[in-house]
Design a binder for this molecule. Structure first.
Ligand code: FAD
Length: 622
């Protein structure tokens, strides 16, 4: 067996984004010896890219806001498929988590009277996103890291070792979880630089690995988003829910080709930017769906008045939930009213003074100037949908973030349920903090309750090493880059923003063939500095997760949130009562229907009956 370095901890957190860091802080505060493992450099997680802000009903800009209104908006955004308990905890606890970040050293933008400023975002009834310009994720990660350093300094004062209770292992990829009689006993992986193997023994693992966007060709996601946590959970015996729901953010860059998919923050629209087609028409007024008709302005005059008088006007339709805006852009382009590069125009230049644009949207100004040579203070941007976020993920207990596998927890984008069929902007950063904290707490109390520590057998470690080395064994097989490109193209074309049964069936056939070809992938060279080998291992995860997406999407014969069926265009209340649950056995994916847990009656009472009629079945309403 190849040499394997060993470490032992109480709680392992896989992922150093917002969810992972908040979970690690909590586990350490509960006295657990905690390790954080991450694929890239510490501080470079996806969370850093978050621009717009953190949604929390603090009521600083409009005092009518409350957790109940935030809960309602979240359920509406998710088209009532959300796990209502998660949506409730999230809305209730998000303000505390934002305040807490300031105690860690974060400094949010302020209102004139010194309170944390909050901005408008799609689907949120009131200005709700606490922000730091358009670099909120950076401040979030910076302050969580600062908290970690301060905890390490406390540990040094007590033990003489900064890393005695909280240690970060960066540029390290986990390839498999290790189990003892079903319960988690550790995680196995490799140093990206040397390729050397490491076993982390620990009775509790918190997955905080983020999303799956790299399975799609056009995406706002970075190279790390290969669905590793989703696949690790499946292989360990946990289940995934809501995998058919992928969020295509309406506004990604479309030009030049090298930057296609890079995100254009929703704050541009929140701060007054409007969408126009090639005829110059502000087209979103044509796309307000029936369920939102009473909440969105149906004419430009009212929409524009809303920015200064929200009490007496309805919101502009550019601020509809993301799924609605993405579909509208897609339809305009398909109808031949797109821009030269296949998008639509997003214009803030005629809406705000140049100085104000530079102050409110510094990153966007810089991004377009540097990457596309477009000055957004003087010209419109060209934008189009990009694969952005996965609503689906590990099925967890809402209060503790525990999965069905003893010792396995999940939080952040890798977990499922919270956002239902569509996530509202800003609700991810708050989700990371609320459920990161809960996962850290849940894992700590699980570990405290154990009478014996599960162990990692040599056989299990050997097997994990053999799987990781397999791409070096095969001869004459294919190059992982070719397979990755084919996978991305298939997912984009056949399981993308608009779906049809025949295309998804074709996607599943292609995935089957890709799986067969992946079994004999060949990588050149050695384990040191070998990105081809890394991709070969990531592909194992992308393929199984993509299959979950395609299978669940084929089964759900309705359109809801981030799942649009051309052949089943309407929302069907009977489908709202069902979750599609993915699991694997011997690498075969199966998807089963599971009844959705009925919403608690006091939470239902927060909605008008006329609104509930749009979502619930007659039986539920009675
Ligand atoms: P991440 O921050 O992605 O962290 C994942 C971690 O897991 C990384 O450290 C990675 O290295 C590690 N990892 C993955 N696999 C492995 C493995 N096998 N082994 C070891 N480590 C592994 N949301 C909002 O609420 N507001 C916004 O304004 C906003 N803006 C966004 C802008 C952009 C451009 C993007 C892409 C997303 C945005 N989102 C926003 C969404 C939000 O940023 C993400 O959903 C969120 O940051 C995910 O956080 P996370 O902690 O779950 O994962």
């Amino acid at each position: 067996m190849p040499e394997v370095e060993r470490h032992s901890f109480d709680v392992l957190v896989i992922g150093a984004g917002g969810a992972g860091l908040r979970a690690a802080i909590e586990a350490r505060e509960h006295g657990m010896r905690t390790a954080v493992l991450c694929k890239s450099l510490f501080g470079k997680a996806h969370t850093v890219m978050a621009e717009g802000g953190i949604a929390a009903a603090m009521g600083n800009v409009n005092s009518s806001d409350s957790w109940q209104v935030h809960f309602r908006d979240t359920m509406r955004g998710g088209k009532f498929l959300n796990n209502w308990r998660m949506a409730e905890l999230h809305a209730q606890e998000a303000p505390q988590r934002v305040w807490e970040l300031e105690t860690y050293g974060a400094l949010f933008d302020r209102t004139a009277d010194g309170r944390i400023s909050q901005r408008n975002f799609g689907g949120h009834e009131y200005p709700r996103l606490a922000h730091v310009g358009d670099r909120t994720g950076l401040e979030l990660i910076r302050s969580l890291q600062q908290k970690i350093v301060s905890l390490q300094q406390d540990d040094f004062a007590e033990t003489g070792d900064y890393e005695s209770r909280l240690k970060v292992f960066q540029e390290f990829t986990v390839t498999d979880l290790v189990q003892d009689d079903g319960a988690i006993s550790g995680a196995f992986g490799y140093w990206r630089e040397s390729g050397r193997f490491v076993l982390f023994e620990a009775p509790a693992v918190i997955l905080a690995t983020g999303g799956i966007g790299k399975s799609f060709k056009v995406t706002s996601n970075s190279w790390e988003y290969t669905g590793d946590g989703h696949a690790l959970a499946l292989r360990a015996g946990a289940s995934l829910i809501n995998m058919e729901f992928i969020q295509f953010h309406p506004t990604g860059m479309v030009w030049p080709p090298s930057v296609k998919g890079i995100l254009v923050t929703e704050s541009v629209r929140g701060d007054g930017g409007v969408l126009r087609n090639s005829d110059g028409k502000r087209f979103m007024f044509e796309y307000i769906p029936e369920v939102f008709k009473d909440k969105y302005a149906d004419n430009e005059a009212e929409a524009d008045r809303w920015y200064t008088d929200q009490a007496n006007n309805r919101r502009p339709p550019e601020l509809l939930p993301r799924d609605e805006v993405a579909r509208a852009i897609n339809s305009e382009v398909k109808a031949g009213r797109g821009t030269p590069h296949g998008g639509v125009y997003l214009d803030v230049s005629t809406r705000l003074p140049a100085e104000e644009i530079r102050r409110r949207l510094p990153s966007m100004h810089h991004q377009f100037k540097e990457l596309a040579d477009v000055d957004i203070t003087a010209q419109p941007m060209e934008v189009g949908p990009t694969c952005h976020y996965v609503m689906g993920g590990v099925q967890v207990d809402p209060d503790t973030a525990a999965s069905s596998v003893p010792g396995l927890f999940a939080c952040g984008e890798v977990s499922g349920g919270m956002h239902g069929s569509n996530r509202l902007g800003g609700n991810s950063l708050s989700d990371l903090l609320v459920f990161g904290r809960r996962a850290g707490e849940g894992a700590s109390s699980y570990v405290r309750g154990l009478t014996t520590r599960p162990s990692c057998s040599d056989a299990a470690v050997q097997e994990a090493a053999a799987v990781a080395l397999a791409p070096f064994e095969a001869e004459g097989g294919e190059n992982p880059y070719t397979l990755h490109m084919e996978l991305q193209q298939s997912m984009n074309d056949l399981v993308g923003i608009i779906r049809r049964a025949g295309e998804m069936e074709e996607a599943l056939q292609r995935l089957e063939k890709l799986k067969e070809r992946a079994a004999s992938l060949t990588v050149e060279g050695h384990r040191q500095f070998n990105p081809g080998w890394h991709l070969a291992l990531d592909l194992r995860n992308m393929l199984v997760v993509s299959e979950c997406v395609a299978r669940a999407a084929l089964l759900r014969t309705e359109s809801r949130g981030g799942h649009t069926r051309d052949d089943f265009p309407g929302m069907d209340s009977s489908w709202r009562r069902k979750l599609l649950v993915c699991s694997t056995s011997d690498s075969t994916v199966s998807v089963e229907e599971e009844p959705q847990i009925p919403i608690r009656s006091d939470l239902l009472d927060l909605f008008e009956r006329t609104e509930l009629e749009k979502y619930l079945t007659a039986e539920e309403l009675s």
